[in-house]
Structure formats: structure tokens, C-alpha cells
Design a protein around this ligand. Structure first.
Ligand SMILES: Nc1ncnc2c1ncn2[C@@H]1O[C@H](COP(=O)(O)OP(=O)(O)OP(=O)(O)O)[C@@H](O)[C@H]1O
Ligand SMILES: [Mg+2]
Length: 233
């Protein structure tokens, strides 16, 4: 079997008096799609920051394949409505291969391709500040894809999107995974989406973690905070 893209081995980490993980181990196979789920504050974003090398494990190891290229799609944030860049120019900010202020023909073609893939061609001239939540989220995804990652981390990228836009975004991500072997780690509170679009889930809880196939996901056994409201009532 091919070696995993990422391996987390006996990871321990916490802030001050608050321990988040005491013995976290898992690996992500190349081309796999994994949901990272757990209640608010359990440590999902912190784990991502560890995986991205922004934080250092207190003990244990995080190892990635030498050819790993990371793309990161942050959670949708409020952008100033006066933000002056168009969607196209915003996406292009991630294209910095050289010192010149202009872009080569090849770069323009690459940018066009990413804009097409994320279905933003008709909207590329729209000001980012005035764009809809779905358009903004797609622009973030396009920005991440511009560097041709083989590992894509999405932190609650679908949280504020309507059902159609969520489906569109996840369908595209899955397609990239199937076509190009993109490995995906998808932070979500949406169990349905996790079940539908990812192969396995990593559940973090205050007392431990589990990594299982989404086919074995039993909503009734999931933490109450993650279940749809009507089931909890
Ligand atoms: N830089 C920091 N210093 C101190 N505590 C922090 C820091 N960053 C996060 N924390 C704390 O660590 C815990 C985990 O935070 P984290 O953001 O990883 O949670 P999360 O699982 O992503 O939650 P959410 O679902 O709300 O996004 C929280 O209690 C948070 O307050
Ligand atoms: Mg978070």
C-alpha cells in the first residue's frame, strides 16, 4: 500500500491548563476524504494549525510525505463590503511565482482554469466585498487550488452556505479528489454532509477520538451537540 500523505503519531497538545489531545494518532491515505468533526471548542482548528506547522506538538509527531503541497480554505469570514478587489484579482493574490508585478500568459491560463473549475467565470468581475457568501467561499477555494495542492484542508467551508451551494462545493472537491488524487480534510458540524461526501470521519471529543468509515456513522451515537436539533429535543 502507498505510504500515507500524513501521519499523526501519539500527539499531545493543550493550551495552559487545558489539555486538548493526549494521545492522538491517525493517518490520512493519499486521495482519501476525511471529515473532522467535534463540538465547538474541542480542538479542530487547533489540530489544523498543528498540521500546518503553525503550532508545535508538546509530544508526539506529525509527519508528512515530502511531496505534500497544502491548500487551505478558511472558514467564511465577514469581508468589508468596501473591499476593493474583484473575485478574479482576489484569487490571483495566491499567484506569486516571481518578482514581476505582471502575470505571464501561462499564469493567466492557469487562473482562468481555476476560475472555470469553481464556476466563477461569469462572476469574476464582481467585487469581493459585494459577492454572496457562496461566491466568496468559492473564491477562497479557487485561491487554494491555484497552488495545485495535493492536500486540501477546508475549515467549516460550508457552514454558512445554502444546500445547493454546499452540494456544488463538495461535489467539486470530490471530483478533484477522484480525478487528481487530492487528499481532503474537511472540518464540519454537518453530519449529513460528512456522510455523503467523505469516506471516513475523525471525531474529536473531550475524552478521546475515533476514526471510522462514514458508512459506520451512527447519528444516535454521536455527541448530542452534533445531532440535528429535532433529534436532541
Ligand atoms: N491561541 C490560543 N490560546 C489559548 N487557547 C486557545 C488558543 N486557540 C484556541 N484555544 C482554545 O482551545 C480550544 C480549542 O479551540 P479550537 O479553535 O481548536 O476549537 P474548534 O474545535 O475549532 O471549535 P469550533 O467548532 O468552535 O471552531 C478552545 O477552548 C479555545 O478557546
Ligand atoms: Mg474551529
Amino acid at each position: 500500500m502507498a505510504s500515507p500523505l500524513l501521519t499523526v503519531d501519539h500527539l499531545t497538545f493543550g493550551f495552559h491548563d487545558r489539555q486538548l489531545y493526549s494521545d492522538l494518532s491517525f493517518n490520512l491515505a493519499r486521495g482519501s476524504m476525511t471529515s473532522l468533526i467535534g463540538a465547538n471548542g474541542v480542538g479542530k482548528t487547533t489540530l489544523i494549525r498543528l498540521l500546518m506547522g503553525q503550532l508545535t506538538p508538546q509530544s508526539g509527531h506529525i509527519t508528512h510525505a515530502p511531496d505534500m503541497r497544502l491548500g487551505y480554505v478558511p472558514q467564511f469570514r465577514n469581508i468589508d463590503p468596501e473591499y476593493p478587489l474583484s473575485l478574479r484579482s482576489f484569487i490571483q493574490l495566491n499567484q506569486r511565482g516571481h518578482w514581476f508585478p505582471w502575470h505571464t500568459q501561462a499564469e493567466k491560463q492557469q487562473l482562468d482554469a481555476v476560475i472555470r473549475k469553481t464556476a466563477l467565470t461569469a462572476r469574476q468581475g464582481q467585487l469581493l466585498g459585494k459577492a454572496s457568501g457562496g461566491e466568496k467561499q468559492k473564491a477562497y477555494l479557487a485561491q487554494a487550488l491555484l497552488t495545485e495542492p495535493n492536500f486540501l484542508i477546508l475549515d467549516e467551508a460550508t457552514a454558512s452556505l445554502d444546500v445547493n451551494t454546499k452540494t456544488e462545493l463538495m461535489t467539486l472537491v470530490r471530483q478533484l479528489s477522484q480525478q487528481f488524487g487530492l487528499t481532503v480534510l474537511f472540518v464540519t458540524h454537518d453530519l449529513e454532509l460528512a456522510r455523503e461526501y467523505t469516506d471516513q470521519y475523525l471525531l474529536l471529543t473531550a475524552t478521546g477520538h475515533e476514526l471510522r468509515s462514514t458508512q459506520l456513522m451512527e447519528p444516535a451515537n454521536m455527541p448530542a451537540e452534533l445531532r440535528p436539533a429535532e433529534e436532541v429535543r
